[in-house]
Design a protein around this ligand. Structure first.
Ligand code: GLU
Length: 310
C-alpha cells in the first residue's frame, strides 16, 4: 500500500467512526472533564522511519488520565527494578472497572496490577518518594519528544476535589502497608499525573518507542530498557482497557492503554506507535470512536498480534 493509500484508509476510518460517537458519553465524574467536546476524534500513527500519518482532530491537547500509569510503570521498573515493583503490585488482570473498590486481589493482599487505580497509587507512592513531580513530568516529556508538557491545572484541581474513591483506595493501601510515601503526597502525585496534557501526536511519538523495544527510531537512542518495555506491553495487553481489555485483545489484538480523558495509546509491534483521542467513551470508559478506528485498521492492516499471515 502506498503512503497516499494508507492516509486515505486512515481518513476513511476516522470519518466512518464518527458515526458511533453519539452512542458514547464524555466522562462526567470529574466536573472539568465534562467540558470535553464529544464530537472530536483523531488518530496519529508514527512509523519506524518517522513518517507521521494523522487524521481528524489530532492537535487538541487532552489530559492523559489513566495513561499516566504507563509512564509511571516504566519509570518505576527502570528505577526500582521489577522485583521491588511486583512485591507491591500484581501482574493479574482485575476484570474490574478502573474505579472498583475490589481491586486488591484476594490472595496476595496487593493491587491486582499497576494499571488500575489502586496499583497506580502504589507506584506513584514509590516514585514520589524519590523525585519531585516536575522531574517526572520532564521524564514524560522526554519520552514524547516534547519540549515541555504541562499539567491542566483546572482538571487537576477538579479531580483532587472529587477523589473520594481514590482516597478510600489509598487508605486501604496504607492499612496494608503498601504506600512508601505518605498518603496525601502519593495521591497528589498520582492525581497530578492524570492531569498532564498532550496531543495524539505526542502520544503516538511515545508509542513508537514502545513498538520498537524502547529504541527511539527517530533519534537513534535506547530510551527505555527493552526488558522493561516487554513487561509493560504485556501488562497493557492483559490489563490496559479496564474491563474491556479482553474484548479489545480478541478484536484488535494490540497492547494499549486508555484514559477517561479520551486518549488511547497503542503499539503495533515493530510497525507503528499509535495515539488516538476521542472523549466520547463507551460503557467501559474507553474512547468509543478510537476503538472503532483501531478495529477497522487492525482488520485491514493485519495488526492483530496473532494474525496469521500466509
Ligand atoms: N484520574 C482518573 C482517576 O483516578 C483516572 C481514571 C482513568 O483514566 O481511568 O479517577
Amino acid at each position: 500500500m502506498s503512503r497516499e493509500e494508507f492516509q486515505a484508509l486512515l481518513d476513511y476510518s476516522v470519518e466512518e467512526a464518527r458515526t458511533v460517537l453519539l452512542q458514547g458519553k464524555v466522562a462526567d465524574y470529574i466536573p472539568e472533564l465534562k467540558k470535553a467536546p464529544a464530537e472530536q476524534l483523531g488518530i496519529v500513527l508514527t512509523d519506524l522511519e518517522g513518517h507521521i500519518y494523522a487524521s481528524g482532530d489530532t492537535d487538541r491537547p487532552f489530559t492523559i488520565q489513566s495513561i499516566v500509569k504507563v509512564f509511571a510503570l516504566l519509570y518505576a521498573l527502570e528505577h526500582f527494578g521489577p522485583d521491588l515493583v511486583f512485591e507491591k503490585v500484581g501482574m493479574e488482570p482485575s476484570g474490574a472497572s478502573f474505579m472498583e473498590m475490589t481491586t486488591l486481589s484476594d490472595f496476595s493482599n496487593k493491587p491486582s496490577n499497576p494499571l488500575i487505580n489502586a496499583g497506580a497509587i502504589v507506584v506513584a507512592s514509590m516514585i514520589s518518594q524519590e523525585i519531585e513531580f516536575d522531574h517526572f513530568l520532564e521524564y514524560i516529556s522526554g519520552l514524547c519528544a516534547s519540549n515541555g508538557l504541562k499539567v491542566n491545572e483546572a482538571v487537576f484541581l477538579s479531580e483532587l476535589d472529587h477523589s473520594e474513591r481514590n482516597h478510600a483506595l489509598a487508605w486501604e493501601l496504607k492499612r496494608l502497608r503498601l504506600l512508601t510515601n505518605n498518603l496525601d503526597e502519593s495521591l497528589w502525585f498520582y492525581t497530578r499525573g492524570c492531569a498532564v496534557e498532550m496531543t495524539a501526536r505526542e502520544l503516538s511519538r511515545f508509542a513508537v518507542i514502545l513498538a520498537n523495544g524502547g529504541y527511539d527510531p527517530l533519534t537513534g537512542e535506547q530510551k527505555v530498557d527493552a526488558e522493561v518495555v516487554r513487561i509493560t506491553l504485556t501488562l497493557l495487553f492483559t490489563c490496559g482497557l479496564y474491563n474491556g481489555t479482553g474484548e479489545f485483545a480478541v478484536r484488535i489484538g494490540l497492547p494499549a492503554k486508555s484514559g477517561v480523558g479520551g486518549g488511547i495509546l497503542a503499539a503495533a509491534h515493530q510497525r507503528f506507535g499509535i495515539g488516538a483521542y476521542g472523549p466520547s467513551l463507551d460503557i467501559y470508559g474507553n474512547s468509543i470512536g478510537a476503538i472503532k478506528v483501531l478495529s477497522e485498521l487492525s482488520e485491514k492492516l493485519d495488526w492483530h498480534t496473532f494474525a496469521w499471515n500466509e
